[in-house]
Design a protein around this ligand. Structure first.
Ligand SMILES: CC(C)(COP(=O)(O)OP(=O)(O)OC[C@H]1O[C@@H](n2cnc3c(N)ncnc32)[C@H](O)[C@@H]1OP(=O)(O)O)[C@@H](O)C(=O)NCCC(=O)NCCS
Length: 303
């Protein structure tokens, strides 16, 4: 039977989640996360979601994305891609990729990058152990440009003592440390736009969680530091991002905000937290005993 390509729809979610589970075997694949990367993505690109079908059944899919920040407006992405293991090595992946590249080119994209979509990513690159993925990308003339890493750390609700008392101590210095509220968005988004514009979407999503997944340090109404969790990959034990304004660094604010977020993940029942796409490795090693875990290779190709 011939292979057909069609638009990826919400009704495909269960089927593509099964495909992703079978082929992305190094990852915790759950339907909520697949939805967040495809049909329910806050940065949705419906025409860049493509399903490959044989005999009326999905056998593979790709979801693309485009850069939305000033530094990556020219860039398109493979956000998520998988072919059912029973149908691999038969040209399904190639057909999906060629169609995605064609659609990206039509949008004016001049470079494709693999998985490291700043605003909404599943992995910050391809885990190098996905050997089939590496061979596939090389076959399609992608070149590895750099590595990204995730860290892991063990968490329990009381691992770092009385964090509320520690927050009170910092308050004496004219600061307040608290869980952010939706009303903080104006100050928080302004702070992000000034220092880390690529994180506005992710932190906005974390803030919209119930309860809001952001802790902030403020001077008056002005946010001077923040840490977030589950703004991305909500269904996983996902920390980040975080940032402290340069003049407030070195006072223990970042460490406290980090631990407040990790305590929330522990309270949800998680035993470990994922600290993705780092970043200041030694900071996390020191303040939450995190260790380097997965390594992701970022592949790119000029169109
Ligand atoms: C990567 C993946 C999507 C490729 O899908 P596919 O349908 O098997 O790809 P194709 O059949 O079009 O393969 C095209 C070429 O890629 C290379 N390739 C693909 N899989 C390979 C493998 N396991 N070993 C060696 N080369 C491989 C080959 O050159 C192949 O051509 P050939 O079969 O004529 O030698 C699929 O293997 C997969 O789902 N892997 C796990 C998930 C993953 O890595 N996703 C990220 C992809 S960016």
């Amino acid at each position: 039977m011939s292979l057909t390509l069609r638009k990826l729809e919400a009704a495909d979610l269960a089927a593509i989640t099964e495909i992703a589970k079978r082929s992305l075997i190094l990852d915790p694949v759950v339907e909520d996360v697949v939805a967040e990367k495809t049909v329910a993505a806050p940065d949705r690109f419906p025409e860049l979601g493509i399903v490959a079908e044989k005999d009326g059944s999905p056998v593979g899919f790709v979801q693309g994305a485009c850069g939305i920040g000033a530094s990556d407006l020219h860039r398109g992405y493979i956000r998520l891609m998988a072919v059912d293991p029973h149908h691999q090595r038969r040209g399904v992946g190639s057909k999906l990729l060629e169609e995605l590249e064609h659609r990206l080119r039509e949008r004016g994209v001049t470079e494709v990058s693999v998985m490291d979509v700043p605003q909404n990513y599943f992995m910050p690159g391809l885990d190098f152990r996905y050997t089939s993925g590496v061979c596939f990308l090389l076959r399609h003339n992608y070149a590895m440009v750099h590595e990204n890493h995730n860290m892991l750390c063990d968490i329990t609700p009381d691992r770092w003592g009385d964090l509320d008392a520690q927050a009170q101590q910092l308050t004496a210095d004219g600061l307040s440390i608290e869980r952010a509220a939706p009303t903080d968005w104006e100050s928080l988004s302004g702070f992000l736009l000034e220092h880390w514009p690529a994180w506005v979407q992710e932190v906005g999503r974390a803030l919209s969680n119930t309860p809001p997944g952001v802790f902030v340090a403020k001077r008056g109404d002005r946010v001077v530091a923040f840490a977030a969790y589950q703004g991305n990959n909500r269904a996983l034990s996902w920390f980040g991002p975080m940032g402290t304004t340069p003049e407030c660094r070195g006072k223990g604010i970042g460490a406290l905000l980090l631990r407040l977020c990790l305590r929330e993940l522990a309270r949800q029942g998680w035993k470990q937290a994922i600290i993705p796409w780092v970043g200041p490795i030694c900071f996390y090693a020191r303040f939450c005993d995190a260790w380097l875990d997965r390594c992701f290779w970022v592949y790119r190709k000029k169109l």
